[in-house]
Design a protein around this ligand. Structure first.
Ligand code: GTP
Ligand code: SF4
Ligand code: SF4
Length: 323
C-alpha cells in the first residue's frame, strides 16, 4: 500500500467518468474542476472503457480496495456496467449519481458488481428540488431511489448539499431517512471556493450542533474523521471538508478526472498528470509520483495566517504559480 509523506495511505480512488450531466445544480463543483460541464452529447475527451480498467488494475496492484465512480452524471456512460464488471474483484464499487437513470438499470449495475450508491436529493418537494437542480426530474429521482433499494443496494445514501437554499430542509430530510428503511442521509458542506457564490455559504457548525442535540448516538468514521449522528434510528453523516485540517489529515483517496488526469486532491488542479496513452508501467510510475506528492490541502497546502485567514503555504507558491 502506498502512503504519502504525511502517513496517509491511499486505499481508494475516485474516478470521474464524464463531466456531462442532465442536471445543472447551482452548487455543482464538477469534482473540483468548477463549472466546465459540457453538453449532453458524448465527448471525445472521456477515458475509454479500457483506459478506466487499465488504471483500476494498476491501482489494485497498490492494494487500493475501493473505487467510487462519479461524474458529472456517471450513468450517462453506457459502458458503466462493463466498467464495473471489469473492475478488479478486491475493490468495493460505489457510485454517486443524480438517480434519474437508475430505474431500469439498477439491477444490471448490481449484477455487474455495484455494491453501494449515493443519490443526490436536496429536497422533499418538486419545486424546491427544481430550484437547486434546474431539473424537473424529482419523481424520476424518487423512482431511482426505489429502484436502487429494490435491486438490493441497502442502504442508499441521499446526498444533500447544505447551503442557503436548502439549510431549512435539513430537519425534514433527517425525519425522512429515520422513517424510511434503507435510507441514510449525507449532508455535504457547500464549497464556496469552488462554486463562486460565497454568499450562499452557511456555517456547517450550526448543523453539527443541531444534530448533536437530536442524536441518540454519535460515531466517527476514520475516513475524513467524519461524524455520524444517529437520530431516531436514521443515520446522518456530515461531509465538511472546508477549512478542516482534520478532514484532510484522514484523506485516503486519489482522483481521476474524466479525461484521465490523475490528481492527489479534489481542491488542487496544479498536480494533474495525464494518463492518456500511457502503458501500465507508466501509469504505475505516475500513481507512485502522485501519491508521493500528496499533501493535506487544509493544514499543509493551505495554512492559517495570524488573522486566521487561509492562504497557500509559501513553500507551495512557486509550484502553484507554475501550474
Ligand atoms: N474536499 C473533499 N470533498 C469531498 C471528498 N470526498 C467527498 N467530498 C465531497 O462529498 C461529496 C459527496 O461525495 P460522494 O462521492 O457522494 O460520497 P463520499 O462521501 O465521498 O463517499 P461515501 O459516502 O462513503 O460513498 C463530493 O461531491 C464532494 O463534494 C474529499 O476527499 N475531499
Ligand atoms: S447532478 Fe451532480 S454532476 Fe450533475 S449538475 Fe448536479 S451536482 Fe453537478
Ligand atoms: S486533501 Fe482535503 S481537500 Fe484534498 S481531497 Fe483530501 S480531504 Fe479533500
Amino acid at each position: 500500500m502506498l502512503a504519502d509523506e504525511f502517513g496517509r495511505e491511499v486505499t481508494g480512488v475516485r474516478v470521474s467518468l464524464t463531466d456531462r450531466c442532465n442536471f445543472d445544480c447551482i452548487y455543482c463543483h464538477n469534482e473540483g474542476l468548477g463549472d466546465t460541464r459540457g453538453p449532453m452529447d458524448p465527448q471525445d475527451d472521456e477515458m475509454s472503457t479500457d483506459d478506466v480498467v487499465r488504471f483500476l488494475e494498476v491501482a489494485a496492484e497498490f492494494d487500493v480496495d475501493a473505487v467510487k465512480f462519479t461524474g458529472g452524471e456517471p450513468m450517462l456512460r453506457q459502458d458503466l456496467e462493463e466498467i464495473i464488471e471489469r473492475t478488479p474483484e478486491q475493490m468495493e464499487v460505489s457510485l454517486t449519481t443524480n438517480g434519474t437513470f437508475l430505474p431500469g438499470r439498477a439491477e444490471d449495475l448490481v449484477d455487474a458488481g455495484l455494491e453501494r450508491v449515493n443519490v443526490s436529493q436536496d429536497a422533499l418537494d418538486p419545486e424546491d428540488f427544481a430550484a437547486v437542480t434546474k431539473s424537473g426530474a424529482y419523481e424520476k429521482v424518487l423512482e431511482g431511489v426505489e429502484a436502487a433499494l429494490d435491486a438490493g443496494l441497502d442502504p442508499v445514501k441521499l446526498n444533500m448539499v447544505v447551503f442557503e437554499h436548502t439549510a431549512g430542509y435539513v430537519p425534514e430530510m433527517v425525519d425522512h431517512v429515520a422513517e424510511n428503511d434503507g435510507l441514510q442521509l449525507q449532508l455535504i458542506e457547500y464549497m464556496p471556493e469552488l462554486t463562486g457564490k460565497p454568499e450562499w455559504n452557511i456555517d456547517i457548525g450550526r448543523v453539527h450542533d443541531w444534530l448533536a442535540e437530536q442524536a441518540d448516538e454519535i460515531e466517527h468514521r476514520e475516513m475524513h474523521d467524519r461524524k455520524r449522528y444517529w437520530v431516531d434510528g436514521g443515520m446522518v453523516e456530515i461531509v465538511d471538508p472546508v477549512e478542516n485540517p482534520t478532514f484532510c489529515a484522514n484523506c485516503h483517496r486519489v482522483r481521476v478526472t474524466h479525461e484521465g488526469y490523475l490528481k492527489g486532491c479534489l481542491n488542487r488542479n496544479d498536480d494533474l498528470k495525464s494518463m492518456g496513452e500511457m502503458t501500465k508501467p507508466e501509469i504505475r510510475e505516475t500513481f507512485r509520483e502522485t501519491v508521493a506528492n500528496r499533501v493535506p490541502y487544509y493544514g499543509e497546502y493551505m495554512i492559517q495566517n495570524d488573522e486566521g485567514q487561509w492562504e497557500i503555504n509559501e513553500k507551495y507558491i512557486e509550484e502553484y504559480a507554475g501550474a
